[in-house]
Design a protein around this ligand. Structure first.
Ligand SMILES: NC(=O)c1ccc[n+]([C@@H]2O[C@H](COP(=O)([O-])OP(=O)(O)OC[C@H]3O[C@@H](n4cnc5c(N)ncnc54)[C@H](O)[C@@H]3O)[C@@H](O)[C@H]2O)c1
Length: 516
């Protein structure tokens, strides 16, 4: 969407103004209480007891982000495990001044040096009692989420695993059942569940400020067409992978990589490109945004999905006109899917359907990533997990559009709050209060997700208290994995209730509707 810098500022102020109305009380408490907004919003307190003894399994890109954000007063990292020496090295030394600062800087050299290092999860688990381990954070390639989570649950450890929950829905159900059988907590790192920004946005939507929502457009567009720019293809390009190459080839030769679930060293490093280890653009990127979209639509399950995905850009050497791109990936590089969701009155009127379109492409990043919610009374634009812009729909009687500031009125008819607009160049006091409470640096939710997980462990909370518990995360996995099936089989697939039921064995990957 074409929005000028001035209109962007108005959109941000409008969002703060509306949140100042819907979240007035909690924002005032935050202002006087000195408590983080996350704790207030997501219902937890400082930990009563010692920090939860934690091991990180997988020390790659994402684990290093989580390690940087980890709340040391809730979580004590006692061990890390990874077969890649260069990734272990940067876990201590850091590789980015803000996003991946490393354990030495985060905890101090002395404390960091007490953390034990293991070459993989199997060796780590042998030492779990000596380490006094209570929980693990799993940040490994998708295909290994379930095997490692099941092994850790079996060993009596609480599990916070990265998204997508698992490589297929059968595995999701196994994980949920195992956690329940063992009485352990299992959560998945779809961080938007713990983002204050997203929670505020959702609050506006659920209070009806955007009116009736019939359409959400979500996208994650990147441009990897410049040589060497594909961050998913590291074996030949990434500096860390180069350092690890010899070691990993040794593990490949010894058969250890096979035991860990990988056919080759290259597959371990470039895992996102292959169906055996990854789940493509839908699992890696789209799952986040379908998660957000389904929350905005009232945490409902979708009705149906269809789409197109193809290798439209990367080519195989010597085949067709793309000989410059010698690339053996399995996954599509451009995907476009359409989900049908039930609208608010779907049970009375089956035509009341809301549509979410999702696209992820590799050849243009003009619109990078985000979700735009088109409501009958307003438009909400979520940008890169950092910004939210709100605009009132234009009407003859009360103005609106990209140029006008808005405020919120209690409707005289008692139908709940509504947006109104006015011509001024300055934000209001309510907007300024919200902006102050939110702070300049927007947390993406990682810290809050880890704080709440540790809080739930220490306070004996149930899995139901976790905002992205196994059942919630399984619904996200079902959306992403079924979209993949729709693209693969070129079919419109109707979702079945039993797929979302952890106690029912029915799963999309073996459903006759799809495979026949
Ligand atoms: N929540 C988010 O926004 C977000 C963002 C990026 C990645 N992720 C997820 O995080 C996970 C990891 O992604 P990444 O980008 O860090 O990948 P990565 O390839 O950079 O790191 C994965 C690491 O896991 C290690 N590993 C593999 N098998 C292991 C085992 N058996 N024991 C110990 N370590 C093992 C690898 O050696 C590697 O260092 C993926 O599931 C991905 O989808 C989430």
């Amino acid at each position: 969407m074409d929005i000028t810098p001035e209109q962007t500022e108005i959109g941000k102020d409008n969002f703060h103004e509306a949140v100042g109305f819907t979240r007035r009380d909690v924002l005032k408490t935050a202002a006087v209480g000195g408590v983080g907004l996350g704790a207030l919003y997501f219902n937890y307190e400082k930990l009563n007891g010692s920090p939860v003894r934690t091991a990180f399994i997988g020390c790659g890109d994402e684990a290093n982000v989580l390690i940087t954000e980890h709340p040391a007063d809730f979580m004590e990292i006692v061990a890390v495990a990874d077969p890649r020496p260069a990734n272990i090295d940067r876990t201590f030394k850091g590789s980015h001044p803000e996003v991946r600062i490393g354990l030495n800087k985060k905890l101090g050299q002395a404390k960091a040096s007490e953390i034990k290092v293991y070459p993989d999860h199997l060796e780590l688990l042998k030492d779990k009692d000596a380490l006094g381990l209570e929980m693990v954070v799993i940040a490994v390639p998708l295909s290994q989420h379930a095997p490692i989570a099941l092994a850790c649950l079996e060993a009596g450890l609480h599990v916070l695993t990265e998204k997508l929950m698992a490589h297929n829905v059968t595995e999701c159900k196994q994980m949920i059942r195992k956690a329940e059988q063992k009485g352990l907590l299992l959560a998945v790192g779809h961080q938007r569940h713990y983002s204050v920004l997203y929670d505020n946005a959702n609050d506006l939507i659920q209070k009806g400020l955007l009116g009736d929502i019939k359409f959400i457009r979500a996208q994650w567009h990147r441009n990897n067409s410049f040589p060497g720019s594909d961050s998913w293809k590291k074996w030949d390009r990434g500096a860390e992978a180069k350092k690890d190459k010899e070691h990993l080839l040794g593990l490949e030769k010894s058969g250890r990589l096979k035991e860990l679930g990988y056919d080759s060293a290259r597959q371990l490093v470039d895992w996102r490109l292959y169906n055996k280890t990854g789940g493509g653009l839908m699992a890696e990127l789209g799952s986040h945004q379908m998660d957000a979209s389904s929350i905005f639509l009232g945490k409902v399950h979708p009705l149906a999905v269809q789409g197109y995905g193809g290798r439209n850009f990367y080519g195989v050497k010597g085949v067709g006109p793309k000989e410059n791109w010698d690339d053996d990936r399995d996954i599509a590089d451009h995907i476009y899917v359409t989900f049908e969701f039930p609208g608010r009155h779907f049970s009375e009127d089956q035509d009341d359907v809301a549509i979410v379109t999702y696209s992820s492409i590799n050849t243009n990043r003009q619109e990078f990533y985000g979700e735009t919610v088109f409501g009958s009374r307003g438009t909400l634009i979520m940008k890169e997990e950092k910004e939210a812009l709100l605009y009132k729909e234009q009407s003859a009687s009360s103005g609106g559009g990209l140029e006008q500031r808005l405020w919120v009125l209690d409707s005289s008819g008692g139908g709940g709050p509504v947006l109104d607009s006015y011509n001024t160049s300055a934000p209001s006091a309510a907007g300024a209060m919200t902006k102050g409470a939110m702070g300049d640096k927007v947390s993406r939710g990682y810290r809050e997700e880890m704080e709440h997980f540790c809080f739930c462990i220490r306070n004996g909370r149930s899995w139901k208290d976790l905002r992205c518990n196994g059942r919630v995360a399984m619904a996200d996995a079902i959306m992403a994995l079924t979209a993949n099936l729709a693209m693969k089989h070129k079919k419109r697939i109707v979702f079945k209730d039993e797929w979302f039921d952890a106690d029912n064995d029915a799963v999309p990957e073996t459903d006759e509707q799809i495979t026949a």
